[in-house]
Design a protein around this ligand. Structure first.
Ligand code: SF4
Length: 179
């Protein structure tokens, strides 16, 4: 296939568990690689923004850098996918939304157990923490949602295969139910 589908991925406020699930596609990657080119992803270690057909993002929107990257992805990507519970609902990082930023920073850097030389970092290089963690669709338009914590590799593979073949995006019951 000459025109491969270009795929970019990134973790915003995520734990990389969703990316580990991408890795769990395992040997089926060989087949996928005939159809897909992974450009900017943590897997390829390419960090600059590139245009792509599909952008897959894990994690909630937690700080100013997450917003910047999310908007860049929206601008340069035809189809944007929220991968996993944190991207879809805010998930684990949004558990801090019940506390103020000051409370969170104090607990992390001043009052937490076992801290030495406690102080809140204040370097301009560090992205500003948002008051609340947001799911991706509250910041930009999202085209597809792939649930799970993390979504199973088979669901990620199904999504990519169906997308490439122009089929409707559909998952089996087992792929998106976790009870
Ligand atoms: Fe990690 Fe689960 Fe959030 Fe994915 S959805 S980034 S695996 S906590």
């Amino acid at each position: 296939m000459t025109n491969k589908v270009k795929v970019t991925t990134c973790s915003l406020g995520g734990c990389f568990g969703c990316h580990m699930s991408i890795m769990d596609i395992d040997e089926q990657f060989f087949e996928l690689a005939r159809l897909v080119e992974f450009t900017r992803t943590p897997l390829t270690d390419v960090k600059q923004i590139v245009t792509s057909d599909v952008g897959i993002l894990e994690g909630g929107v937690c700080n100013s850098e997450n917003i910047e990257i999310l908007k860049e992805f929206r601008k340069n990507t035809k189809t944007l996918v929220a991968l996993g519970a944190c991207a879809i609902t805010g998930g684990v990082p949004a558990m801090r939304n019940q506390y103020s930023v000051e409370q969170c920073l104090r607990e992390s850097y001043i009052d937490g157990a076992g801290l030495e030389n406690p102080q809140i970092p204040n370097d301009p290089e560090i992205p500003l923490v948002l008051n609340q963690v947001h799911p991706l669709h509250e910041v930009v338009k999202i085209d597809y949602f792939l649930p799970g914590c993390p979504p199973p590799a088979s669901a990620i593979l199904s999504f990519l295969q169906n997308f490439i073949e122009g089929k409707p995006i559909d998952y089996s019951y087992q792929q998106i139910h976790f009870d």
